[in-house]
Design a protein around this ligand. Structure first.
Ligand code: KG4
Ligand code: ZN
Length: 349
């Protein structure tokens, strides 16, 4: 099955063609991505109206590029998939509109996909694809969740952030440190030159006994440290603070994730979402999982952040699991707020 996927939930326009075969691993035939980061940088965050307009400008040229790179024609597309939510309403509508129009023109079914399900299943496009069941750590700019995943469409929430997401903690701290948007990768790069023991930052909810997270207090702590450093902190002090911030986020993520793996009795972990690209987090998780005698799968580096491939893949996996037929092209909607649990079968089903 050839699935053409569209992602436009936030500030990245992603298009990809994924092929699946019964019994074989899914194959990414081609993908193209346009990041709007540079456009939003001047505003310090995503401007929804600008995001929607830019998705409109980019989506068709990207689609042509994907088809050309795959050496494919639209006639080969069996299913069209788009991100239905969660995300920015106007941005989501661009991908939805294009997907539904294409489906109607081609006479092919169209399927709206949950963005987080896309992230969650993206490691199946990686070098070491996971096997069900597993524990999943989903760490993106909007979400931080631990889940028990029994199979496609069977997701049980084990814990989540009660305020900011891990990516948000990276981004907000980076902003305080005067780094660009999105700040996660920039903060991680600066942290490489710093000493992570230099500042004692809080580890919120580390010993809470449950699997929930809280990151909102961290940016306040970073702000307090910055104030103490005065109006012109040295490069070395900024790098130390970046390293200490990263270490605080990583320590909590790793402790709770390993606790979830131990409690689940499963020996498999999957990490997905933009923060999953963080090398310090990967190194700490790799070491922790090894100590537990478990294994961990990541998506390919390039598919950690938003992309069309994960949307095409999730659509294919849902159809192949018998959960969807794909809707008839025509009516469509988007779900700017959409709990993943609504895409999950009741326990025991
Ligand atoms: O999954 P994603 O592309 O978008 C959402 O669905 O939110 O994740 C974006 C988030 C941003 O907060 C970004 O700063 C963070 O992932 N991120 C990173 C790294 N790469 C991306 N955070 C820390 N280290 C990185 N290397
Ligand atoms: Zn995402």
């Amino acid at each position: 099955m050839n699935v053409l996927g569209f992602e436009s939930s936030c500030d990245e326009t992603g298009v990809a063609l994924v092929a699946t075969m019964p019994g074989g691993p899914p194959r990414l035939r081609a993908e193209a991505l346009h990041s709007q980061a540079a456009m939003h940088e001047a505003y310090g965050g995503v401007v929804p109206e600008l995001a929607s307009r830019d998705h409109i400008r980019r989506v068709l040229p990207l689609t042509r590029r994907v088809l050309a790179e795959a050496g494919a024609t639209l006639a080969e597309v069996d299913l069209v998939a788009y991100t239905r939510g969660p995300g920015l309403a106007g941005a989501l509508l661009v991908g939805a509109g294009v997907a539904v129009a294409l489906g109607a023109a081609l006479g092919r079914p169209v399927l709206g996909v949950h963005h987080l399900e896309g992230h969650l299943l993206s490691p199946f496009l990686g070098e070491k694809p996971p096997r069900f069941p597993f524990v999943a750590l989903l760490v993106s700019g909007g979400h931080t969740q631990l889940m028990r995943v029994e199979g496609v469409g069977r997701y049980e929430l084990l814990g989540e952030t009660i305020d900011d997401a891990a990516g948000e903690a990276f981004d907000k701290s980076a902003k305080l440190l005067g780094l660009g948007y999105p700040g996660g990768p920039a903060l991680a790069a600066l942290a490489e030159q710093g000493d992570e023991g230099a500042f004692a930052l809080p580890r919120p909810l580390l010993h809470s006994g449950d699997l929930d997270f809280s990151f909102a207090g961290l940016k306040t702590a970073v702000m307090t440290q910055l104030r103490k450093l005065g109006p012109a902190p040295s490069d070395a002090a900024r790098a130390d603070l970046a390293a200490s911030t990263q270490a605080a986020i990583v320590e909590v993520l790793v402790a709770k994730t390993l606790k979830a793996v131990r409690a689940s009795g499963l020996a498999r972990l999957v990490v997905a979402g933009g923060v999953g690209a963080n090398r310090r987090l990967r190194a700490a998780l790799d070491a922790g999982v090894r100590r537990l005698g478990a294994e961990v799968s990541y998506p390919p580096m390039a598919l950690c952040t938003d992309n069309g491939a994960m949307i095409a893949l999730a659509a294919a996996m849902r159809v192949e699991a018998g959960l969807e037929q794909g809707t008839d092209a025509g009516a469509f909607d988007v779900r700017p707020r959409w709990p993943l649990q609504e895409q999950s079968a009741p326990a025991g089903a």
